[in-house]
Design a protein around this ligand. Structure first.
Ligand SMILES: [Mg+2]
Length: 126
C-alpha cells in the first residue's frame, strides 16, 4: 500500500482528508507541524508528502526547502496545499521545491490525479 505523509495542523482537515484517502486505498501517516513533518519524512520515507503550507513551528515552505536539501528526502514528491488560489502562492510553493500544488477546499478527484501524476513522474525519474 502506498504510504502518503499528510502534514496538516488543522485537525478537522487532517481527519477528513485521511479518511477520504484511506477509503481510496492509500496508507496515511500524519504530522501536525512542519518540524514533525520533516522528522516523519526522514524516518518513515513515505512515497509522497502532502504539505499544508501554513503550519505552526515550521511552515510548509521551510519544511519543503529542507526536505529538498536533504539527500534522504530530496526525491520524495511534495504536493503543497493551501487555501490561496492566487498564482503567486503556487509560484512560491514551487520555488520552495514543491512538485505540485493544490488549493483547499480539497477536490478529492483532482488531488488524487495530482498524487498519481507525481508518483508516475517520480517512478520515471528514478
Ligand atoms: Mg494550516
Amino acid at each position: 500500500m502506498l504510504r502518503v505523509l499528510l502534514v496538516e495542523d488543522n485537525e478537522m482537515n487532517r481527519d477528513m482528508l485521511t479518511r477520504r484517502l484511506e477509503k481510496r486505498g492509500y496508507s496515511i501517516l500524519v504530522a501536525m507541524d512542519g518540524a514533525q513533518g520533516l522528522a516523519a519524512a526522514q524516518q518513515l520515507q513515505p512515497a509522497l508528502i502532502l504539505m499544508d503550507m501554513s503550519l505552526p513551528i515550521m511552515d510548509g515552505w521551510e519544511a519543503t526547502r529542507r526536505l529538498k536539501n536533504d539527500s534522504a528526502t530530496r526525491h520524495t514528491p511534495v504536493i503543497g496545499l493551501s487555501s490561496h488560489a492566487m498564482a503567486a502562492d503556487r509560484e512560491r510553493a514551487l520555488q520552495a521545491g514543491c512538485d505540485d500544488y493544490d488549493t483547499k477546499p480539497i477536490d478529492l478527484e483532482r488531488l488524487i490525479a495530482k498524487i498519481e501524476q507525481c508518483l508516475a513522474a517520480h517512478a520515471i525519474a528514478s
